[in-house]
Design a protein around this ligand. Structure first.
Ligand SMILES: NC(=O)c1ccc[n+]([C@@H]2O[C@H](COP(=O)([O-])OP(=O)(O)OC[C@H]3O[C@@H](n4cnc5c(N)ncnc54)[C@H](OP(=O)(O)O)[C@@H]3O)[C@@H](O)[C@H]2O)c1
Length: 241
């Protein structure tokens, strides 16, 4: 039976790199997107042009409970088995304390914490049946505290807490881990100056920014690991040391 991976926010950037790596390894891939329909279709078409019926796309806003339910039922329609769920989608922007609104809370918690939790709940039986894995993508910076990012940090810290709690609760059938990236890509719609980039690189012991592939390779490592659960793997070039 073909193995199936489902990646949220899989149309671009890190999610896309995970999809491409697993598709090239012969997995069936389900690409979730919210706004990036054209990117999701292009990616799925390119995978399906090499082998038919390997890639599927599913749209939905993770902030909204009814859309999360719709994603779950579409995934259940596409496939009998889900071997790997990657909670990768994320909203990321600063929320200085005096500017925080309820809308910021809903958006940052919705995509980074609430959506992932309910996706796990909805796909749990399929993951159980296939002795599958869940990998939540968090952020290595949490441990240090990041000024102006309190909601995003709370959401990612919550996702790490869910990772550990569910690793116990869903064992022994399902493994649950997290990958905490460091500085991989500039935030979407932001271009750092050379000086900003160099400052970041200076703070990284391995002296380079990470890449999408570094995260995809870590996902592959965890996907093939039989005896790791409840762990947060930092893929950050040593920046958090
Ligand atoms: N990039 C880095 O250096 C870095 C550093 C630390 C941690 N991370 C973590 O690594 C993961 C991937 O990073 P990235 O930079 O590739 O992510 P990204 O580009 O910021 O976001 C990935 C996708 O998330 C989707 N998304 C956002 N809000 C959503 C919502 N409400 N509902 C559904 N989908 C939503 C978007 O899909 P659409 O485009 O389809 O709308 C977006 O393309 C994230 O979890 C991020 O927090 C990244």
């Amino acid at each position: 039976m073909n193995k199936t991976i489902f990646v949220t926010g899989g149309a671009k950037r890190i999610g896309k790199a995970i999809i491409e790596l697993f598709a090239s390894d012969g997995w069936k891939v389900i690409i979730h997107y919210n706004n990036s329909k054209a990117d999701a279709e292009t990616l799925a078409n390119s995978i399906n042009s090499k082998k038919a019926d390997k890639a599927f796309i599913v749209q939905g806003d993770l902030d909204k409970a009814d859309e999360v339910n719709n994603i779950i039922s579409k995934v259940n329609d596409f496939t009998d088995n889900v071997n790997l769920l990657i909670n990768n989608a994320s909203t990321f922007y600063p929320t200085p304390i005096d500017e925080i609104s309820e809308d910021h809370w809903e958006k940052l918690i919705g995509s980074n914490l609430k959506g992932p939790l309910f996706l796990i709940q909805g796909l749990k039986e399929k993951l159980k049946k296939s002795n599958g894995s869940i990998i939540n993508i968090t952020d290595t910076n949490l441990t240090k505290g990041v000024a102006n990012y309190s909601i995003y940090s709370a959401a990612k810290a919550g996702l790490e807490a869910i990772t550990k709690g569910l690793a116990r609760e869903l064992a022994p059938e399902i493994k649950v881990n997290a990958i905490a990236p460091g500085a991989m890509l500039e935030p979407p719609d932001v271009t750092w100056t050379e000086e900003q980039k160099n400052r970041v690189i200076e703070s990284i012991p391995l002296k380079r920014m990470g890449s999408e592939k570094d995260i995809a390779n870590a996902v592959k490592f965890l996907a093939h690991s039989e005896y790791i659960t409840g762990q947060i793997i930092k893929v950050d070039g040593g920046r958090s040391l």
